[in-house]
Ligand binder design. Structure first.
Ligand code: BES
Ligand code: MN
Ligand code: ZN
Length: 489
């Protein structure tokens, strides 16, 4: 498990600066303005800060970017990061500054001298998110990251303001760990175990085993896992933080712990990436952790379908017909289109059990969404303009890329089967949309619903502003904000 840094917020005292070890960070505001702490560093280093910010290099920097002081003379610190940031930065600028500092400090002990800078808690969140590393499977012990302190004028206020941000960092790290974890470690059983551990935060967690799922009639979900030695499970996490007994919002996640494709076997090249095919369930788990950690005043349930898609003597075959919990029959044309089979039953169960006020599912559902939107945006499919717009607004505020895609009857017709109520693939054209149409067949018209296809954004091969290579935790922040802005209070 990877824990986020927990920064200490200490009161501003410029006398401490000279003796501070490790790395210092200071902020330069509009028109090169310095607060008392930056001035102190400038004076101790005989004006080298002033010289740096007068240079052309610094002038060209965007807000949130930084340069290092070449020689931090007269200071104990081994390096000084000089960050360009307006005194009243936007959330985005403040988080960018945190990310910049994290990258430049490289895990060394860090003193961030904020003075009266606004949004220091957002700087701290950016720093925490970008400091993530997945080191669990290296035998050589990594050096533990150095302590991080923020020197601020109002330490109590900042400590309180950071509590909600810490909950976000906790949720994002949880999602990233789950998504990065190899499939021999994160089996369906291990995944369920890690979710049960969330009970420590006050969540109610229920694990449903195959026998119970069979009794419920989840023939669609169960056929996916029937070729694997890992038992299929559905895990339900309840956070009832709104005491008024109102109907909850529901998050549903695809949790395919490994996707070989099944009998419709995937090619060998790149198959190892399918360890992240539980990314949707990972995000649901992360958001639930964030909501519980910050004691959100909202009723939210998170449901995940945990299965492994393997070929074997009892694996589901192309051509098999299965019956979903809803009662509709499905002809399995391609066993590699398994995510929708899992979600169909969990979506139906969520609606039958909770009558949710809104429902969002997340899934690494189609390779086609990567062709369409690349790694910058998740695909958003919805039966409700209101919910889609609320989500897009939340995602936009959190700078998590999301783009609405069309749906419609003509696409749905591609799912017509010769032998059953529907087939599980609609052919090559509009592959992401026909997948969404399939899901919509298991959504009641009265349920406002969004499907987020996160195949392109859940895990990426190059670093991003707030994450190293690998799992990003995309969606935890946006969904947390969606709840905060629309379903709380
Ligand atoms: N898990 C994959 C989708 C995927 C592909 C996620 C690449 C992340 C990266 C999904 O189960 C799948 O195999 N989809 C098929 C559907 C097809 C058989 C209709 C696909 O996209 O090729
Ligand atoms: Mn697949
Ligand atoms: Zn899959």
């Amino acid at each position: 498990m990877t824990s986020p840094i927990s920064p200490a917020f200490i009161a501003t005292d410029t006398d401490l600066i000279k003796g501070m070890e490790g790395v210092l960070a200071i902020f330069i505001g509009d028109e090169g303005s310095m607060d008392a702490t930056a001035k102190r560093v400038n004076r101790l280093s005989r004006g080298s800060v002033a010289r740096l910010i007068e240079g052309e290099g610094f002038a060209k920097l965007d807000a949130g970017k930084a340069m290092k002081l070449a020689y931090p003379v007269n200071l104990e610190a081994e390096a000084v990061i000089v960050v360009k940031l307006p005194k009243r930065p936007s959330v985005s600028e403040a988080r960018a500054a945190g990310s910049t500092i994290a990258k430049m400090a490289g895990g060394k002990a860090l003193n961030v001298l904020c003075g009266n800078l606004r949004r220091a808690e957002e700087v701290a969140l950016g720093l925490a998110l970008r400091s993530y590393a997945f080191n669990d499977h290296f035998t050589k012990e990594e050096d533990a990251p150095g302590a991080v302190s923020f020197m601020v004028n109002k330490p109590e206020e900042m400590t309180a303001a950071y509590a909600d941000q810490a909950a976000i960092a906790d949720g994002v790290f949880f999602t990233r760990d789950l998504t990065n974890e190899p499939a021999n470690v994160l089996t369906t059983t291990e995944f369920a175990k890690r979710l049960v551990e969330l009970e420590a935060l006050g969540l109610k967690v229920k694990v449903m085993e195959e026998k119970e799922l069979a009794k419920l009639g989840m023939g669609s979900l169960l056929c996916v896992g029937q070729g694997s030695d890992s038992p299929s499970k559905v895990v339900v996490m309840e956070w009832m933080g709104d005491k008024k007994g109102e109907k909850p919002f529901a998050f549903v996640g695809k949790g395919v712990v490994f996707d070989t494709g099944g009998i419709s076997l995937k090619p060998a090249g790149g198959m190892e990436d399918m360890t992240m095919d539980m990314g949707g369930a990972g995000v649901v788990a992360g958001v639930m952790k964030t909501l519980a950690s910050r004691k959100a005043k909202a009723n939210v349930v998170g449901l995940v379908g945990l299965v492994e898609n393997m070929p074997s003597g009892n694996a589901v075959r192309p051509g098999d017909v299965v019956t979903s919990m809803k009662g509709d029959t499905i002809e399995v044309i391609n066993t590699d289109a398994e995510g929708r089979l899992v979600l169909a039953d969990v979506l139906w169960y969520a609606q039958e059990t909770y009558e949710p006020v809104g429902m969002i599912n997340l899934a690494t559902l189609t390779g086609a969404i990567i062709i369409g939107l690349g790694h910058e945006n998740a695909g958003v499919f919805s039966n409700s303009d209101d919910l889609a717009n609320s989500f897009l607004k939340a995602a936009n505020k959190e700078e998590e890329g999301a783009w609405r895609m069309p749906m419609g009857k003509k696409y749905d017709e591609q799912l017509k089967s010769r032998v059953a109520d529907m087939k599980n693939v609609g052919g090559r054209p509009a592959g992401s949309i026909t997948a969404a149409q399939f899901l919509q067949r298991f959504v009641k018209p009265e349920t406002p619903w969004c499907h987020l296809d996160i195949a392109g954004v859940a895990s990426v091969k190059s670093e991003t502003e707030f994450a190293p290579k690998g799992a990003t935790g995309w969606g935890v922040r946006a969904l947390n904000r969606l709840i905060a802005d629309n379903y709380e209070g």
